[in-house]
Design a protein around this ligand. Structure first.
Ligand code: IVH
Length: 689
């Protein structure tokens, strides 16, 4: 799945010494303030380069070398650990994993028949000490033998209760991290406080765990991955805990009221063969982009206490466990430039131009920057080293600048003074800057979108034709198309009778499109094709949508308290256009919808063939589906009672996979999702075609 990664090439002793220094600094920052000058990949490559050099020149190994040390030798803290808190060795692909397992089994002299497979949570290791069932101390990993007391964080960590279910004395080990939601909240709090943000959830968690006198409190999350009875505890429960397989220890931990991965979509499982381990690795990797928290790999452990005991430990890591690393989704690269573009709704959006970087298997050169306020909040500058994030289907985004990597040569980012498309003024009253001409600025783009195949589907209206109509003053928006006369069209250059009549017929047909498509054609900000279908289906008629206030709109799946007022405002702005469409006789109802106004009974949706199913379509459609666009197939899915989705996850019920289906098919196979060919699917939904 992943090739063995490259490592830094160190040519001589000076390069080696510089690399050791850089690694030591990075480790100190990573385990200290959590603001490393290197991303994980770059650090791993550096350490592998150091290790390779040391194998060739064992006589030159420097005492500060990070190899063979926990936490790269970064020493923090003075609370001794009862049992060392070690690190994990890494593998990077199936072959690596098989090699590691083979050497472990040779050492054990037997085959391992129970492997525990869990996500590798991307946070900070912590030891939570419970006495008589009460949480008494929290200690960081530090250098592995002693850590820092961070007990002040007790009470702010979700999943780590003050009291266990039983009055036991036990040390729980696990990862403290921020979920995506907690990270966003923490960034908002920090922004409100001093205008800055955190680089990523991991460093936010590191900083938060240590912060003692912040005027604001950020929440953290704990996931347990191990339990140790007190070293001198010779009670019966303690003895039992020492004997239990890892998987059963975790069940016990969860039973004590502590959060474990069992509470997540990537729960720890026991695999009985290496094939099963690999299968679960792929399932977890497939889930990664959808998880509400970061993982950077999968941890594979011998489940049985006897195997663990016999395998033992090296100075750095247990021999009975390994981290299977996943490709990085976050890297540091250079911000080379910022481009400004006016979209079809008139919004002026910045786009980051980056030094190309490989993220989650693809090369990223552009990333979203949201808006001016966001750039200012993050304090970004041209030439900055920036943290860029991309996973799965998400659009790459710039997270933050790495301020301490600045060279002094960085330049401020210039904001546009006029609309980059038409040169008119900019309305700066909202966070998202907009051309004062609004939709009219890029009329061609909004009309082209409205007449597109998935909206009004008016054939014969290529961009040059739309431009011609605009230039001739025959239209200013797409509603005007419905009142253009035959004579007006014939008066245009390159418009003969045949093409005119064809176009007029196509425009006439467009009047009968269902509301979902008419609504979508409006290009309401914050809504796309599937959201338009949900809105149309819910309200049934344009009037009902226009009558809805922000609260009423929130009943629609995907419209929250932020989006709802935006949709209301957009509909007000589009009022004139909608009135023109109504006057022109364009259909304003959704066939088969449960009209909220009429209060009709819900259709017997349970009887529909795809009731309750989440369906994803990928690859080329064939047979009866061949002529349908992806949007039309999605419409079909929804007519048949299903929910159309674009990405495969554990929630997917069915994947329709045509020819040349790629990553989605692999992912679905990994997750055990039912896969059908287009022909079989056409049979399932036959009567809705
Ligand atoms: S078991 C003796 N399980 O990864 C070490 N570690 O790179 C046993 N980690 O220090 C660790 N998720 O902080 C284990 N499910 C998991 C984990 C996990 C994340 C962290 C942990 C460890 C680091 C090693």
């Amino acid at each position: 799945m992943i090739d063995a990664p490259p490592h830094a090439e160190l040519s001589d002793q000076a390069a080696y010494a510089a690399a050791v220094q850089l690694a030591a600094d990075a480790a100190a920052a990573y385990y200290g303030q959590g603001d490393s000058p290197l991303d994980d990949d770059a650090y791993d490559q550096l350490v592998r380069g150091i290790a390779a050099y040391e194998r060739e020149h064992p006589e030159q190994v420097l005492p500060a070398s990070p190899t063979g040390k926990v936490a790269g030798g970064a020493v923090v803290g003075d609370v001794p650990h009862t049992v060392p808190m070690l690190s994990l060795d890494n593998v990077f692909g199936p072959e690596d994993l098989a090699d590691w397992a083979a050497s472990l089994e040779r050492r054990l002299g037997r085959t391992v028949t129970a492997w525990s497979v869990e996500p590798k949570l991307d946070g900070l290791a912590i030891s939570a000490r419970y006495r008589g069932g009460r949480l008494v101390q929290l200690v960081t990993r530090g250098d592995g033998s002693a850590g820092e007391d961070v007990s002040h964080a007790i009470g702010t960590v979700v999943g780590l209760p003050d009291r266990l279910a039983d009055p036991v004395t036990v040390e729980l080990r696990g990862e403290v991290m921020m979920t995506t939601e907690q990270f966003e909240q923490a960034c908002a709090k920090r922004q409100a406080h001093d205008g800055s943000t955190f680089a990523n959830p991991r460093s936010a968690a590191a900083g938060t765990l240590r912060a003692q006198d912040r005027p604001y409190v950020c929440e953290l999350t704990f996931f347990g991955y191990g339990a140790l009875p007190g070293p001198d505890d010779d009670s019966e429960p303690a003895a039992r805990l020492r004997e239990l397989p890892h998987s059963e220890i975790m069940t016990w931990v969860a039973g004590q009221g502590v959060q474990t991965t069992a509470a997540t979509p990537v729960a720890g499982v026991v695999a009985t063969s290496l094939e099963q381990v690999q299968e679960r690795v792929e399932q977890i990797a497939a889930e990664r982009a959808e998880l509400p928290f970061g993982i950077d790999g999968i941890v594979i452990k011998c489940d049985l206490a006897a195997d663990q005991e016999k395998a033992g430990f090296s100075s750095r890591a247990p021999r009975w466990a390994i981290a299977y690393k996943l490709p990085a989704v976050e890297k540091i690269t250079k911000l080379l430039g910022v481009e400004w573009n006016t979209g079809r709704t008139g919004v002026i959006a910045p786009r980051a131009v980056l030094e190309p970087v490989t993220l989650d298997g693809s090369i990223v050169t552009y990333a979203t920057l949201h808006n001016v306020a966001d750039i200012t909040r993050r304090g970004l500058m041209l030439g900055d080293s920036v943290v860029v994030y991309k996973a799965g289907d998400v659009i790459p985004r710039v997270e933050s600048p790495v301020v301490h990597l600045r060279t002094g040569g960085e330049q401020p980012i210039a904001f546009p003074e006029v609309c980059p498309s038409c040169g008119d003024a900019i309305d700066k009253s909202q966070e998202r800057w907009r051309c004062v001409r609004g939709r009219a600025c890029r009329a061609i783009a909004s009309i082209s979108y409205a007449v597109g195949r998935d909206q009004l589907d008016i054939e014969g209206l290529a961009d040059n034709r739309i431009q011609q109509l605009l230039d001739a003053g025959l239209i200013t928006d797409f509603a005007d198309l419905f009142t253009v006369t035959r004579e007006q069209l014939l008066g245009l250059e390159r418009m003969g009778e045949t093409s005119t009549d064809k176009l007029l017929a196509a425009i006439e047909r467009a009047k009968d499109r269902p509301l979902s498509r008419v609504f979508c054609a409006l290009g309401v900000r914050g809504t796309g094709r599937s959201m338009s279908r949900r809105i149309a289906r819910h309200f049934g008629a344009m009037q009902a949508i226009r009558d809805a206030d922000a609260e009423a709109l929130q009943v629609v799946d995907g419209i929250g308290p932020e989006k709802a007022p935006l949709v209301v405002a957009e509909l007000a702005e589009l009022g004139e256009l909608i009135d023109k469409l109504i006057a022109a006789g364009v259909n304003m109802t959704e066939p088969g919808a449960v009209t909220a106004v009429a209060g009709a009974a819900e259709p017997a949706s349970a009887e529909l063939p795809l009731a309750g199913m989440s369906v994803v379509v990928t690859g080329a459609m064939s047979g009866p589906l061949e002529a349908l666009s992806r949007n039309e197939v999605n419409e079909l899915i929804e007519r048949a009672g299903g929910k159309a989705s674009s990405s495969v996850s554990a929630k997917t019920s069915l994947l329709v996979a045509g020819d040349k289906a790629g990553a989605k098919r692999t992912k679905a196979e990994g997750l055990g999702v039912r896969i059908v060919a287009p022909d079989e699917f056409a049979q399932m939904v036959g009567r809705f075609l």
